[in-house]
Design a protein around this ligand. Structure first.
Ligand code: FEO
Length: 400
C-alpha cells in the first residue's frame, strides 16, 4: 500500500494489525486495530507524525515509499507508536526527532538513541515550520502517558491527537469518517477509553479545555478513523467519559459456581425491568471479557456486583473485576452488591463495603442469602432492586 493523501498535504501512512489477539497483551481485538502515522508535506520540509508497532514495520516502510523525511514528531512513546523509531532513524539518518524533554528521555531509554544533536526539544506552544505549513505543539500529559502531546497544523485546522479520540478497530479501506461507515467504531471507542485511558479523566478534560481555543476540522488519532464529520459526537463522548458523566443503564456483574448467585442476578434484572429499567446488561464474570465488563461498568450509571463466597472471600473472577475497576477512577455511580454463602455469612457484604470505600462511592444496598434461592430471597432481590432505583432517583450528577 502507498501513502494516501487524506487532507491537502497530509498523507496517511498507518497500518492495520489484524493479527495481535490482545492489545497491551490484555484487551481483545475482535476488529483488529490500526496504528496511525501521517506525513505532513510543506514546501521546505516533510514531517512524519509518530511511527507504528515494530511488528508492522514492513508494511509501514512500503507506505512511506520514497518520501524523504526531515522531522519525526513523537507525540507518544508507548511502543505501539514508537516501536519503529530506530528503524526510521536508520532509514533517514539526517532526520531530527521533534519531541518534548520527557519524551526525549524515553527515546533514549526505549530506543537507545542517545544523540543530542538529533533531538529538537520543544515546549508547549512551540512551532516548527515546514515552509508553507507548520506544526504547533500542545502538551497533553497523561493522555495517556506523561510525555503525551498533540501536534496541530493551523493551516489545515488539523490536530494529530495521539491516543486521544482513538478507538479499537482496524480501518477497512476508508480512513476519514466521511468515506466509510463508522458506527461500529463507537462502542470500540468506549471500550478503548475505559480500558486504556480511563484512569486519566482529569488529564483528558485538561486537554479538551486546551483544544477549545483552536479551530479543529480534522482529528487524526493514533488509532481508528480520522474524524471530520463526527467530530462533535466524538469529542462529546470523550468529554462525558473524562468528566465521569454516565449514561443511564444498569450493569450486573456476577460470579456463580453452581447457579445460585446467577439465579439472584436474573431475579434482580427482572425486578429492575419491571420497575421500568430498559437498559440492563448482565455479565457472568466467568464468561464475559474483562475488557467489555470494564467498558460497560465505566459507561453506565449503576453497577451491581454479585458473588458467591469462595474460600472466605469473593469468587476470584469477581474479585479480579473489582480490582480492575479500582485501578480506574470511577465516579458518579450507584453501587449495589449481593451474594450467596453456605456457612460464611457477611463475607460478601464486607468485601463490597471495602470496594465501595476504595472507590469512594456509597453502597446503595446489599443482600445475601444462604444456600439456594427461596421465595423469601426472591422478595429480598426485588426489594434490593427497589432500593437501587431509589438511590438512582436521588443522584445529583448528570445522567445521559
Ligand atoms: Fe496507542 Fe498509549 O498508545
Amino acid at each position: 500500500m502507498k501513502a494516501r493523501e487524506i487532507i491537502k498535504d497530509i498523507h496517511y501512512v498507518g497500518v492495520n494489525d489484524r493479527v495481535t489477539v490482545n492489545f497491551e497483551e490484555q484487551w481483545p481485538l475482535p476488529y483488529g486495530v490500526s496504528y496511525n502515522s501521517y506525513i505532513v508535506k510543506g514546501t521546505e520540509a516533510t514531517a512524519l507524525i509518530d511511527t507504528v508497532k515494530i511488528d508492522t514495520l514492513n508494511e509501514y516502510i512500503k507506505r512511506i515509499g520514497t518520501e524523504k523525511i526531515d522531522y519525526l514528531v513523537v507525540n507518544h512513546m508507548e511502543p505501539d507508536h514508537s516501536g519503529s523509531i530506530p528503524e526510521i532513524v536508520k532509514r533517514f539518518p539526517n532526520l531530527k526527532i521533534v519531541c518534548n524533554a520527557t519524551a526525549a528521555a524515553m527515546v533514549k531509554g526505549f530506543c537507545h538513541i542517545d544523540e543530542p544533536e538529533r533531538m529538537h526539544i520543544i515546549k508547549d506552544g512551540d512551532s516548527v515550520s515546514l515552509g508553507d505549513i507548520s506544526l504547533r505543539f500542545y502538551m497533553t500529559p497523561m493522555v495517556h502517558w506523561p510525555e503525551t502531546m498533540m501536534t496541530y497544523v493551523p493551516e489545515r485546522n488539523t490536530i494529530f491527537s495521539g491516543d486521544g479520540f482513538g478507538c479499537f478497530g482496524a480501518l477497512n479501506g476508508g480512513i476519514v469518517d466521511t468515506e466509510m461507515e463508522t458506527e461500529h467504531y463507537i462502542p470500540e471507542m468506549y471500550r478503548y477509553y475505559s480500558n486504556i485511558v480511563g484512569k486519566y479523566g482529569r488529564s483528558v478534560m485538561a486537554a479538551l479545555n486546551k483544544l477549545k481555543a483552536i479551530q479543529i476540522d480534522y482529528i487524526c488519532p493514533t488509532h481508528g478513523p480520522v474524524w471530520h464529520e463526527r467530530i462533535a459526537e466524538v469529542v462529546e463522548i470523550y468529554r462525558r467519559l473524562a468528566s465521569y458523566e454516565p449514561e443511564r443503564g444498569v450493569v450486573i456483574v456476577y460470579g456463580s459456581m453452581y447457579g445460585n448467585t446467577a439465579e439472584a442476578a436474573e431475579e434482580i434484572a427482572t425486578a429492575l425491568n419491571r420497575l421500568g429499567e430498559r437498559k440492563i446488561i448482565v455479565h457472568n464474570a466467568s464468561h464475559s471479557s474483562m475488557s467489555q465488563m470494564i467498558s460497560d461498568a465505566f459507561r453506565y450509571d449503576t453497577l451491581i456486583v454479585g458473588s458467591c463466597v469462595y474460600s472466605m472471600t469473593l469468587f476470584p473472577p469477581v474479585q479480579s473485576f473489582l480490582t480492575a475497576m479500582e485501578t480506574r477512577e470511577i465516579k458518579n455511580k450507584v453501587l449495589g452488591g449481593f451474594g450467596s454463602f453456605s456457612w460464611a455469612n457477611g463475607v460478601a457484604e464486607k468485601k463490597f463495603n471495602e470496594f465501595a470505600e476504595s472507590v469512594k462511592l456509597p453502597l446503595a444496598s446489599t443482600f445475601s442469602f444462604k444456600h439456594g434461592m427461596s421465595d423469601g430471597t426472591a422478595q429480598d432481590a426485588r426489594q434490593f432492586a427497589e432500593q437501587i432505583q431509589a438511590a438512582r432517583k436521588e443522584a445529583s450528577y448528570p445522567v445521559h
